[in-house]
Design a protein around this ligand. Structure first.
Ligand SMILES: [Zn+2]
Length: 1001
C-alpha cells in the first residue's frame, strides 16, 4: 500500500554551508483529514481534533503566511484553518524551534479550530519538486494541490480559501478550481494585532488590480453581494472586475432604505466586491422599529411575519413573528437574530423587549446604549455588600495595618488637587517641596482604587465589563459605585485617603530627575482648588482666596503663611511642568487640540464645563504632571514585566491620510510638513490666518482626523519600537492617573504594586495576566472606549436634533448660522458651524438635478444648471447664466434643519442660503456665544422634555437628577481632556449617518 519516494532536503547550516539530505518518504492512500465532512472517517482515521462544523469555509495558509503571520492565525476568531505539513516544515526549517513549537501547540490546543493535514504523506497530494523549481514555488504548488484535493475529498461541500504571500500564485491558481479561492495575504487589510477583527479578506482578480485599497473602501453592492453577512461580521470579499464596479451613492441609497435616499447621482465607480464567505458572525441585539399600521397592511398577506427596520442603517431588515405588531408600532424595540436561511433575503429574529417611545428622550438614549452594547444596570446588592461603609454613624477610618504599611505624607507634604469647579471624583493630587539636600521633590498621588477593588471581586468584574465611565450628553454612567468614585477613593480636601504615589527627586536648578520612588501612601489633601482659582494665584491675584473655602475661618497671619506656601507650590509646579513640556516638545509632541479645537470637539463631547474661556497655563501644568506620572508608571511596569505590561501606544499616521490636510492648507498659502510629529506640530503652529482663527482650528482638526487611535496593548505582543506614543512623543506611555473612571488604570496600578513587591524581593501577590489574557483584555477595553465615544457622539447629535427640531426655520434666529466650508465635493461642500460645533454636508445640487443659485437678499433658489468642481472651489452655474463660486474656507450663511426619521436617528440638514458670512466672524464673540449656547442647548432640551412629562403627569425627577449629576463632573484635568479629544477626533464619522461625509463624494 505504501509507496516509497525519495525526498531531497537542502538545509543551510549555521556556518552557511548547504547540506543535502535524502530522506525516504512513504506515501499512503489516506491520512487523517480531520474534517467533519469526511466521507470515510474510518479510512482517514480521524481520531483526534476535528475542524468545527460551524464554518463557512476552510482556510489554508501558504507556507510564508504561516512563517510570518502565525500570531494572526492564532486569533481565536479565525476558524477552520488547515495547516499543511509543507507549511509546517517550512516553519521548522526557516523559523527555528521556538516558532515551530508555537505552531505545534496551536495545533494541539483544543480551543483553536485548526488541524494539521499531512499532505506530503498523502499519495495524491504529494508532488515531487521539479527540476529548476525553487523551493518556495514548490511549496506553494504543493499546498495548492493539497487544497484542491481536500476540497474534493470533502465532496466540494466546503469552499476553501488559500491565503498566500506569493503575488504570482493569485493569478496562477486563482481561477483554476471552482470553490478553491486563492487570496493574496497582502489583501488582508486593517490587520492589527490590537483589533478584535480582521475586517475582510480581499480576493484579487488577476494582476490588474494589485492595489486593493482599504476594505472599507470596497463597495459591497446589493443584498446578493452581501451574501447574508451583516455589518460587524468578519467576511471574505472578492473584488469584482472593473467593468462591474459601481458608484457609491447608489449603494448608500440601497443600504439605507427608504427615507435615506437622497437621490444623488452615483459617484465615480469604485472598487466593488462581493462577500464569498463569512469568517465569523457577529450578531448582537438590535434596536428596531416596527412598521406603521399602513405599512403592515402593505406588507401583505402574512401579517404575523413582520419586517422590522433596524435603527442602524447598516443592518438589513429583520423578519419577526409576532401578533403584536400594531401595539409595538410606536416603540423602539430590541430584537435578536436567530437564523438566516440561504433562500431568504432577510434574517429571522425574535422580539426581546421594549425600550421606549419613538422620539422620547429616554427611549432614544436607551437605544443608543443598546446599539453600543453598553449595559448600565445599577450596581447589584451582591456587588455593593462587599463595599466599605462611610456614614456619619460609621465613619471610614485609616486602618492601623495600612498605617504601618504605607508611607504617611499627611504631616510632611502639602498635597492639593486642581480640577474643574464642582468636581467630585478627584483621582489625582500633586505636591512639591524642597528636600534637605536642596533638591526638589515632585509628587503625583493617585486614588488607590485597587485597595478597595480586589481582583476578581464582584465589583472588579463589573468594572472590567464596563471598562470605563460612560459620559453621554446629559448624564454619565460610572465604572465604580459612588461610595468609591465620589467618596472613599476621591482625594477630597481635608480627609485622610489612601493613594498610590510617584515621587521624583529633581535637581534644584536643572530639574533633572535624580531618583524615583513608587509606593502606597496616606495623604490628606489640603486644598481642592479649581482651575481658575489656581491660575489667579499663579498670576498673583490673591483676591481669589475669598472663593477658596480652605482659606475661610483663618486668622490673618496663618492665612498669609498658608497663601505663601501654596503660591510657591503652584509656581514651582508650573516651572517644572514648563521644563518637562519643553523637553517633550523637542521630541515633537503635538498640540493638535489647540484651544479652539477643544471647543469645537467639545461640542461632540459635551465637556463644556471644562472648556476654559482662555487657555490657562495651570491646565498645562496639571496635564504635564499627569503625563509624566503615566510615562514613569509605563517604564516601571514594562521593566518589571516586559512581556505582560499594559501600555498605550499611538502609532504614527499614514502619510497618505495627510493629503487633504496639505491641500487645504495650500489653499490658504500654508505649507504643512507632515514628515514627523515635530515638523507637523511646528507647521500647524505657523498655519495661522490672522483674520480667521477658524482656519487653524479646522487644519488641526483635519490633522487629528488623519491620525490613528491610541490603543492599549500588552507588551508581550508588540516589538519595543512599536510602543511609541506619536502624539505625546514618548517611547513608553500608559494610563495610571484615572483609576476611578478607567479600568486600564486599575490594571496598571496592580502591575505597579507587583513591580514594587518584586523590587523588594517580596512575593508578588497580585494575580498578573499572561500576555495572551492581557491582550484579550486590552482588546475589550479598546472596544469599550470606542463604544463610549460613539455613544457620546450619538447622544450629542440627539440633543442637537431635539434642539432644532420643530423650529420655525424662517422665524427662529437659532436656525440660521455662519458656517465655514472645509471640504469641496463633486455635488456640494462640507460645512463647519462654529457656533454649534456642527459639521455637515450642504448640497449644491439637489435630487432633482437643480443647482443652487444665491440671490442678493440671502435667499437661495434651485435652478437648472450645472456644477463645476475645482481643487479648492466649486462653481454653480444656472442655465440662465447666473454663477456663484464657493471657495475652501469661505464663510457662508446656512440654514439648519432636522431631517426627521421614524426608524433611525434624526439628522441635521444644512442648506446654503448665501455665499456671504452670517456674522462678522469675531472669534472672541463666537467663542463665547458658542459656549453659552451649548449649555443652553442641553438645558433647553432637558427642560422641554420635563415639561412634556409633567404634562403627562409623569414625574420628571429622573432627568433632573441626571442633569445635576452630569453637572458634577467630567474628567479632571486638561490632560484627560486632551486624551479624550484625541480619541474622539479620530472617530470614523463616515459610518455615521447624516452628518458624515458619506453623502458627498
Ligand atoms: Zn477524510
Amino acid at each position: 500500500m505504501l509507496q516509497k519516494r525519495e525526498k531531497v532536503l537542502l538545509l543551510r547550516t549555521f556556518q552557511g554551508r548547504t547540506l543535502r539530505i535524502v530522506r525516504e518518504h512513504y506515501l499512503r492512500p489516506s491520512v487523517p483529514c480531520n474534517s467533519p465532512l469526511c466521507p470515510q472517517p474510518a479510512a482517514c482515521r480521524n481520531e483526534g481534533k476535528l475542524l468545527s462544523g460551524d464554518v463557512t469555509h476552510y482556510m489554508i495558509p501558504d507556507w510564508k503566511v504561516v512563517q510570518d503571520y502565525l500570531e494572526i492565525l492564532e486569533f481565536p476568531e479565525l476558524k477552520g484553518i488547515i495547516f499543511m505539513q509543507t507549511a509546517c516544515q517550512a516553519v521548522q526549517h526557516q523559523r527555528g524551534r521556538r516558532q515551530y513549537n508555537k505552531l505545534r501547540n496551536l495545533l494541539k490546543d483544543a480551543r483553536h479550530d485548526c488541524v494539521l493535514f499531512a499532505n506530503e504523506f498523502q499519495q495524491y497530494c504529494y508532488l515531487p519538486r521539479e527540476r529548476g523549481e525553487s523551493m518556495e514555488k514548490w511549496q506553494t504548488r504543493s499546498i495548492y494541490n493539497a487544497a484542491v484535493w481536500y476540497y474534493h475529498h470533502c465532496q466540494d461541500r466546503m469552499p476553501i480559501i488559500m491565503v498566500t504571500e506569493d503575488e504570482e500564485a493569485v493569478p496562477q491558481y486563482g481561477s483554476e478550481t471552482e470553490g478553491v479561492f486563492v487570496i493574496s495575504f497582502k489583501g488582508i487589510l486593517n490587520v492589527n494585532k490590537h483589533r478584535a477583527q480582521i475586517e475582510a479578506f480581499v480576493r484579487l482578480q488577476g494582476a490588474s488590480s494589485k492595489d486593493s485599497g482599504l476594505v472599507s473602501d470596497i463597495l459591497i453592492h446589493g443584498m446578493k453581494a452581501r451574501n447574508r453577512s451583516i455589518h460587524g461580521d468578519m467576511v471574505v470579499v472578492e473584488l469584482l472586475p472593473n467593468s462591474e464596479w459601481k458608484g457609491r451613492t447608489v449603494a448608500l441609497c440601497e443600504n439605507d432604505g427608504d427615507d435615506k435616499a437622497t437621490g444623488e447621482s452615483p459617484s465615480e465607480p469604485m472598487p466593488t466586491g462581493r462577500v464569498v464567505g463569512i469568517l465569523q458572525k457577529n450578531w448582537r441585539d438590535y434596536v428596531v422599529t416596527f412598521p406603521s399600521k399602513e405599512e403592515v397592511q402593505s406588507q401583505g398577506k402574512n401579517a404575523q411575519k413582520i419586517l422590522v427596520t433596524p435603527w442602524d442603517y447598516r443592518i438589513p431588515k429583520i423578519r419577526i413573528s409576532t401578533q403584536q405588531a400594531e401595539a409595538l408600532q410606536d416603540f423602539r424595540v430590541v430584537v435578536r437574530i436567530d437564523s438566516w436561511e440561504s433562500t431568504s433575503v432577510y434574517p429571522n429574529g425574535h422580539f426581546v423587549r421594549v425600550l421606549g417611545r419613538i422620539g422620547d428622550l429616554e427611549g432614544e438614549i436607551a437605544t443608543i446604549l443598546v446599539e453600543n452594547n453598553i449595559s448600565v444596570a445599577p450596581f447589584s446588592e451582591a456587588q455593593m455588600c462587599k463595599m466599605p461603609v462611610n456614614t456619619p454613624e460609621n465613619p471610614w477610618k485609616v486602618s492601623p495595618e495600612e498605617e504601618r504599611e504605607r508611607r504617611d505624607l499627611r504631616k510632611t507634604h502639602l498635597v492639593f488637587s486642581i480640577d474643574p469647579k464642582g468636581c467630585e471624583d478627584v483621582d489625582d493630587t500633586l505636591s512639591v517641596r524642597t528636600l534637605n539636600n536642596g533638591n526638589l521633590e515632585l509628587g503625583v498621588h493617585i486614588a488607590d482604587v485597587t485597595h478597595f477593588v480586589a481582583p476578581n471581586s464582584y465589583i472588579d468584574i463589573e468594572a472590567k465589563t464596563r471598562a470605563t465611565t460612560y459620559y453621554l450628553a446629559d448624564r454619565r454612567y460610572d465604572m465604580l459605585p459612588s461610595i468609591l468614585s465620589s467618596d472613599l477613593c476621591s482625594l477630597l480636601g481635608g480627609v485622610d485617603r489612601y493613594a498610590v504615589s510617584i515621587m521624583w527627586e529633581l535637581d534644584k536648578t536643572s530639574y533633572e530627575i535624580k531618583k524615583v520612588w513608587y509606593g502606597r501612601t496616606i495623604i490628606r489633601s489640603s486644598y481642592k482648588l479649581f482651575y481658575e482659582a489656581a491660575q489667579e494665584l499663579l498670576d498673583g491675584n490673591f483676591k481669589i482666596i475669598d472663593d477658596i473655602p480652605e482659606f475661610r475661618d483663618l486668622d490673618e497671619r496663618s492665612r498669609q503663611a498658608k497663601l505663601e506656601e501654596l503660591v510657591w507650590a503652584i509656581g514651582k509646579l508650573t516651572d517644572i511642568a514648563r521644563h518637562v513640556r519643553a523637553k517633550r516638545d523637542l521630541c515633537g509632541a503635538l498640540e493638535l487640540e489647540g484651544v479652539e479645537v477643544r471647543v469645537q470637539l467639545d461640542e461632540k463631547k459635551n465637556i463644556r464645563d471644562l472648556i476654559p474661556k482662555q487657555p490657562l497655563e495651570v491646565h498645562e501644568t496639571v496635564a504635564e504632571c499627569m503625563i509624566l506620572a503615566n510615562h514613569w508608571a509605563a517604564k516601571k511596569i514594562w521593566e518589571s514585566f516586559p512581556h505582560q505590561a499594559l501600555l498605550r501606544q499611538h502609532p504614527p499616521p499614514h502619510q497618505e491620510f495627510f493629503s487633504e490636510l496639505r491641500e487645504c492648507a495650500k489653499a490658504k498659502g500654508f505649507f504643512i510638513d507632515t514628515r514627523s510629529n515635530k515638523t507637523l506640530a511646528d507647521s500647524l503652529d505657523n498655519a495661522n490666518d490672522p483674520n480667521d482663527p477658524i482656519v487653524n482650528r479646522l487644519l488641526r482638526s483635519m490633522a487629528t482626523q488623519a491620525m490613528s487611535n491610541a490603543l492599549y496593548f500588552s507588551t508581550g505582543s508588540c516589538a519595543e519600537e512599536e510602543f511609541h506614543h506619536y502624539g505625546l512623543a514618548l517611547d513608553k506611555y500608559t494610563h495610571f492617573t484615572s483609576p476611578i473612571r478607567r479600568y486600564a488604570d486599575i490594571i496598571v496600578h496592580r502591575l505597579l504594586m507587583a513591580a514594587i513587591s518584586k523590587d523588594k524581593k517580596m512575593e508578588v501577590k497580585e494575580n498578573l495576566f499572561s500576555n495572551k489574557d492581557l491582550e484579550e483584555l486590552c482588546r475589550h477595553i479598546n472596544n469599550r472606549n470606542r463604544a463610549a465615544q460613539h455613544s457620546q457622539k450619538q447622544s450629542t447629535e440627539l440633543f442637537q436634533c431635539m434642539y432644532f427640531k420643530d423650529k420655525d426655520q424662517e422665524m427662529e434666529e437659532r436656525c440660521i448660522a455662519d458656517g465655514v466650508i472645509y471640504s469641496i465635493r463633486t455635488n456640494g461642500v462640507l460645512v463647519f458651524i462654529p457656533r454649534f460645533g456642527i459639521k455637515g454636508a450642504a448640497y449644491l445640487k439637489n435630487k432633482d438635478g437643480l443647482v443652487i443659485s444665491c440671490g442678493p437678499d440671502s435667499h437661495s433658489e434651485w435652478k437648472p444648471g450645472s456644477l463645476q468642481r475645482f481643487q479648492n472651489k466649486i462653481t454653480s452655474t444656472t442655465t440662465g447664466g447666473e454663477s456663484i463660486t464657493f471657495h475652501l474656507f469661505d464663510h457662508v450663511t446656512v440654514r439648519i434643519s432636522v431631517q426627521a426619521s421614524r426608524c433611525h436617528s434624526d439628522t441635521i440638514r444644512l442648506e446654503i442660503m448665501s455665499n456671504k458670512p452670517y456674522m462678522i466672524p469675531d472669534s472672541e464673540l463666537l467663542h463665547q456665544s458658542s459656549l453659552l449656547l451649548k449649555s443652553d442647548l442641553v438645558k433647553e432640551v432637558t427642560r422641554s422634555v420635563e415639561e412634556a412629562q409633567l404634562a403627562q403627569e409623569v414625574k420628571g425627577n429622573i432627568i433632573q437628577e441626571d442633569f445635576q449629576k452630569y453637572c458634577q463632573t467630567k474628567g479632571r484635568s486638561l490632560y484627560m481632556l486632551l486624551e479624550e479629544i484625541r480619541d474622539l477626533a479620530l472617530l470614523d464619522v463616515s459610518d455615521s449617518h447624516g452628518i458624515g461625509n458619506t453623502h458627498l463624494q
